[in-house]
Design a protein around this ligand. Structure first.
Ligand SMILES: Nc1ncnc2c1ncn2[C@@H]1O[C@H](COP(=O)(O)OP(=O)(O)OP(=O)(O)O)[C@@H](O)[C@H]1O
Ligand SMILES: [Mg+2]
Length: 274
């Protein structure tokens, strides 16, 4: 068997200010081109797990377990050097968050912001970089890309801003996209369109996606495999379809019962992907 693109082994995260571990013995594997979900209620450790993949937790306030590993292409990110992290962050692994307004600079036009991010990862001639930004805006379904390029963040709708965040994340062609509640703030139809966009990009580029959500409907719609987290631990994992149809853990059953939406069961039971 070839080794997975990302393999988390026994991840433990302890914050000095927290009497219990934020993440406890989490193991997770994600192959090239895979769509994997982490689902769990607020405070269950999803974001801390995601941040650990990019070593973005504030290491003055927390510690990783001594035997914890986050292997990306076989290299342990938890012991990587600053130079190695720069090589990985944003370039090989990109992350999008829930709130684009806290990530985008309100004073700079969005095109310029995407360009700057791209140029830090890839030293390209300016004209070529701009072409790449325009094609990224195109790829995320923005048809008025010239207008959006020269807009300030507040001039765009929430859905459009989230698309801009995705364009920024994919411009440097990462192998793995981590989406942390990336569509949670959007209304359901916009959420669906943005998920479609991520899905299409993942397929076209063979990009893996780690989708973090508290919404079982989103996970059901998007993920092939899922990890259910509760109080820092993975309490259940497996194929999304199996977990939906026959959840084993009482917490997963509770999560499923709390979703008012009808799942697209045909999508998850047809198992279109190997
Ligand atoms: N910087 C921090 N300092 C102290 N505790 C933290 C810090 N960041 C997160 N925690 C704690 O770690 C635990 C896991 O938090 P995390 O943000 O991973 O939850 P989550 O599953 O992403 O929740 P949500 O769905 O609300 O985003 C929580 O108890 C949280 O309060
Ligand atoms: Mg979170």
């Amino acid at each position: 068997m070839t080794s997975p693109l990302l393999e988390i082994e026994n991840l433990n995260v302890v914050f000095g200010s927290l009497p219990y571990p934020a993440v406890a013995d989490v193991s997770l594997a994600l192959g090239a081109g895979a769509r994997v979900g982490i689902i769990g209620e607020s405070g269950s450790g999803k974001s801390v797990t995601a941040m650990s993949i990019l070593r973005l937790n504030d290491e003055r306030q927390m510690a990783y377990g001594r035997t914890s590993r986050v292997d990306f292409e076989g290299k342990n990110i938890l012991t990587a050097s600053a130079a190695e992290l720069t090589e990985i962050r944003g370039k090989r692994i990109a992350m999008i968050f829930q709130d684009p307004m806290s990530t985008l600079n309100p004073l700079i036009r969005v095109g310029r912001q995407i360009l700057d991010v791209l140029l830090t990862h890839k030293p390209l001639p300016r004209g070529e970089a701009k072409d790449k930004v325009m094609s990224s805006l195109d790829a995320v379904g923005i048809r008025t890309s010239e207008r959006v390029f020269s807009s300030y963040p507040h001039q765009l709708s929430g859905g459009m801003r989230q698309r801009v965040m995705i364009a920024m994340a994919i411009a440097s062609e990462p192998q793995l996209l981590i989406a942390d509640e990336a569509t949670s703030a959007l209304d359901v139809t916009v959420q669906d369109a943005v998920l479609d966009t991520i899905e299409q990009l993942a397929e076209e580029r063979g990009m893996s996606v780690l989708m973090i959500t508290h919404d079982m409907g989103v996970a059901a719609r998007f993920c092939d495999d899922v990890y259910v987290m509760n109080r820092g631990e993975v309490v259940e994992s497996g194929r999304m379809a199996d977990v939906i149809i026959a959840p084993e853990h009482s917490y997963t059953k509770k999560l499923l019962a709390s979703v008012p939406r009808v799942y697209p069961l045909d999508r998850v039971t047809n198992q279109p992907r190997a």
